[in-house]
Design a protein around this ligand. Structure first.
Ligand code: GLC
Ligand code: CA
Length: 558
C-alpha cells in the first residue's frame, strides 16, 4: 500500500462558533482558535478540519455561504485567518477548509443575480424549473423538512434546495459554475491551506430529468436515486482534481452520505484521480428508523461490527476511509454507544470507544470535546435548540401528528445535532471558560466535572488517553497500514479484531458492555510475550483466560 502523510495523520474538527470566544460576544472566533493552538499541539493532532468560516447569514451555521472569499464578521477578519493559519503551520499542524459547493446561500451574489430574471447571465448557476399543474416540479423532500422546491414569484419558477430554502443548489452541469468554484478553490490553495473537506459532495450531480422519488414517511419523495452519486459526479470530481487538487499537496475528504463501498472505491481510488478519502455514514445510520433519525433506538453491536468490518476489508488496498464517531452533525458518542450513568463507566466507555476506532485502518477524526468525553446535553424545551434541522423536524413531525411533542423532545435530546454544538468545555469557571459574555447556545451544565483543565492535569484522563492513541499511530506502522480481520463476529458484547503487518500482529479487544466478560486470548498471542500498547484499566497484563472488566479495552502487539 502506498504511504502518504494523510494516511498517518489524525484530524481534529473545529466547529468555530463553539470552540473559543476571544472577544466576549458569546460566539467562538478565529482569534479564539489561535489562542488554543498549543492545546491542539499538546493533543498531538496533525490536521485541523475547520467547519465553515466564510461570510454567511447563518441559516445553517455557515453551511450557507454568501461569499467564499470573505470571513464571517462574527468570526473575525481575513488577517485573523492568516494569523491562525500561520500559528497552525508554525506548530506543524495543517489546515483543511470546509468546501460547501453543493449549494450557496440565497444571499450569495450569484443567486441574487440568478433570481432577477429568466435570462440573467447567472440564471443557469442554479436549478430552476417550471411548476407542474401549479405545484412543485417534482415530489422531492428537503433534508431539512418540507419540499425541496421553493417558488420564486418574481420569475414564476421554482428553484431546487436539497437543504434549507436559504441553500439553493448549484447547477454543476453548467461549466461556468465549475469554472467559478475551481477558481475560488485555487485562490484558497494559493493562500497556503492544506486541503478541503467537501460538504455533501456526493450530491452535486442530479439526474436532469428530475423524476419523482418514492414517497417516504413524511409524504415527500426520496431524491436519493437521482441526486446521490448522480450521473456526472465522478466526471466533475476528476475535472476538479485535474484543474486544482493535483497541483498542490492537499488532503481531500468527501462527505459522501449514501455512498456504497463500490462507489467509495471511485471517490477515493488509490490512483488519486478524485479524492483522498470518503467520510461515510453507514455505521452511524444503524440507529435510524422510519422517521429518519428521529428515535432513541440503540445501535446493535453485531450490526456495527459487520458494517465497520466490511468497510475495513473491502477498501483495503483500493481506497481510503475516514474513521469517526462524532462530528457537528452527530450526537455525542459516549451518550450514544457508551455509558454516562456513573463517572467510572463514562470514563471507561469513552476510552473504549476511542480505542475501537483509532486502531482501525483509515484516517481518524476527533471532534472538539470528544477528547474530553463531552456528553449529550440536557436541553429543556425547543427554545434551547438552535439547529435548523432539529427545529424544522420538530414542527413537521409534531404538527402532522406523526410524533407527539414529548416523544419528539426525547428524540431531539438524544439525536439533535445541537448535542455536538454546545461550547467547548475548557475549565470550571463560568460558561466553561468559553466566553465572558452570553453564549449563543447553552453550555452543558456538566462542565464543572468535564473540562480540559481538569483532564490535562490528570495523567489517567480521557484527554491523555487520546493523546496516547494519536502518538501510537505515529510510532507503529501497523496501525495505519496493517491488514484488518474481525474475530468473534457473532459475539453480542465484544468487538475484537486483529491487524497484521509483516510478522507483527495487533490484537484489539473492546468490551461494549457494563458486565464483566470472559475472554480467551487467541493464538498466536502469548500472554507472557505480548506487549500491551494501551488499555483503559491501568497496569493490566493479559492472561490466556481473562475476565474483561466493564467497558474494558486492551491492545496487544506481538
Ligand atoms: C453537511 C454538513 C451539515 C450541513 C449540510 C448542508 O451534511 O455537515 O452540517 O447542514 O451538509 O450543508
Ligand atoms: Ca467572538
Amino acid at each position: 500500500m502506498k504511504k502518504t502523510w494523510w494516511k498517518e495523520s489524525v484530524v481534529y474538527q473545529i466547529y468555530p462558533r463553539s470552540f473559543m470566544d476571544s472577544n466576549g460576544d458569546g460566539i467562538g472566533d478565529l482569534n479564539g482558535i489561535t489562542e488554543k493552538m498549543d492545546y491542539l499541539k499538546e493533543l498531538g493532532i496533525d490536521v485541523i478540519w475547520l467547519s465553515p468560516v466564510y461570510q454567511s447569514p447563518n441559516a445553517d451555521n455557515g453551511y450557507d455561504i454568501s461569499d467564499y472569499q470573505a470571513i464571517m464578521e462574527e468570526f473575525g477578519t481575513m488577517e485573523d485567518f492568516d494569523r491562525m493559519l500561520a500559528a497552525a503551520h508554525q506548530r506543524g499542524i495543517r489546515l483543511v477548509m470546509d468546501l460547501v459547493v453543493n449549494h450557496t446561500s440565497d444571499e450569495h451574489a450569484w443567486f441574487v443575480e440568478s433570481r432577477k430574471s429568466r435570462d440573467n447571465p447567472y440564471r443557469d448557476f442554479y436549478i430552476w424549473r417550471e411548476g407542474k399543474d401549479g405545484k412543485e416540479p417534482n415530489n422531492w423532500g428537503s433534508c431539512f423538512s418540507g419540499s425541496a422546491w421553493k417558488y420564486d414569484p418574481s420569475t414564476e419558477m421554482y428553484y431546487l434546495h436539497l437543504f434549507a430554502e436559504k441553500q439553493p443548489d448549484l447547477n454543476w452541469d453548467n461549466p461556468a459554475v465549475r469554472d467559478a468554484v475551481f477558481e475560488m478553490m485555487d485562490w484558497w490553495c494559493r493562500k497556503g491551506i492544506d486541503g478541503f473537506r467537501m460538504d455533501v459532495i456526493s450530491m452535486i450531480s442530479k439526474d436532469p430529468a428530475l423524476p419523482d422519488g418514492k414517497p417516504n414517511a413524511s409524504g415527500f419523495g426520496d431524491y436519493g436515486p437521482y441526486a446521490v452519486n448522480g450521473p456526472h459526479v465522478h466526471e466533475y470530481l476528476q475535472e476538479m482534481n485535474r484543474r486544482v487538487l493535483s497541483r498542490y499537496d492537499l488532503m481531500t475528504v468527501g462527505e459522501c452520505s449514501g455512498v456504497t463501498v463500490e462507489e467509495a472505491k471511485k471517490y477515493a481510488n488509490q490512483d488519486g484521480s478524485e479524492l483522498n478519502m470518503v467520510f461515510q455514514f453507514e455505521h452511524m445510520n444503524l440507529d435510524g428508523g422510519e422517521s429518519f433519525k428521529w428515535n432513541d433506538r440503540k445501535i446493535d453491536l453485531a450490526e456495527l461490527k459487520k458494517v465497520l468490518s466490511r468497510w475495513q476489508t473491502e477498501l483495503a488496498g483500493k481506497a481510503w476511509n475516514s474513521l469517526f464517531w462524532c462530528n457537528h452533525d452527530q450526537p455525542r458518542i459516549v451518550s450514544r454507544l457508551g455509558d454516562t450513568s456513573t463517572r467510572e463507566y463514562w470514563e471507561a466507555s469513552a476510552k473504549m470507544l476511542a480505542t475501537c476506532l483509532h486502531m482501525m485502518q483509515g484516517t481518524p477524526y476527533v471532534y472538539q470535546g470528544e477528547e474530553l468525553g463531552m456528553t449529550n446535553v440536557p436541553f429543556g424545551n425547543l427554545s434551547d435548540f438552535r439547529d435548523i434541522e432539529s427545529i424544522n423536524a420538530y414542527h413537521e413531525l409534531t404538527e402532522s401528528g406523526q410524533i407527539v411533542p414529548e416523544e419528539m423532545m426525547r428524540y431531539l435530546r438524544y439525536k439533535s445535532r445541537d448535542n455536538a454544538r454546545t461550547p467547548m468545555q475548557w475549565d470550571d469557571s463560568e460558561n466553561a471558560g468559553f466566553t465572558t459574555g452570553t453564549p449563543w447556545i447553552m453550555v452543558n451544565p456538566n462542565y464543572r466535572e468535564i473540562n480540559a483543565r481538569e483532564q490535562m492535569g490528570r495523567e489517567d484522563s480521557i484527554f491523555h488517553y487520546y493523546q496516547k492513541l494519536i502518538r501510537l499511530r505515529k510510532e507503529r506502522e501497523i496501525i495505519p497500514y496493517g491488514a484488518y480481520a474481525l474475530l468473534l463476529p457473532e459475539d453480542p458484547d465484544l468487538f475484537v479484531y486483529t491487524r497484521s503487518l509483516g510478522d507483527q500482529k495487533l490484537l484489539v479487544i473492546c468490551n461494549f458492555r457494563k458486565e464483566e466478560k470472559n475472554f480467551v486470548l487467541p493464538e498466536p498471542f502469548d500472554p507472557e510475550q505480548a506487549e500491551v500498547l494501551i488499555g483503559n484499566y491501568g497496569e493490566r497484563r493479559p492472561e490466556r483466560q481473562m475476565m474483561l472488566q466493564a467497558y474494558e479495552a486492551l491492545v496487544l502487539l506481538q
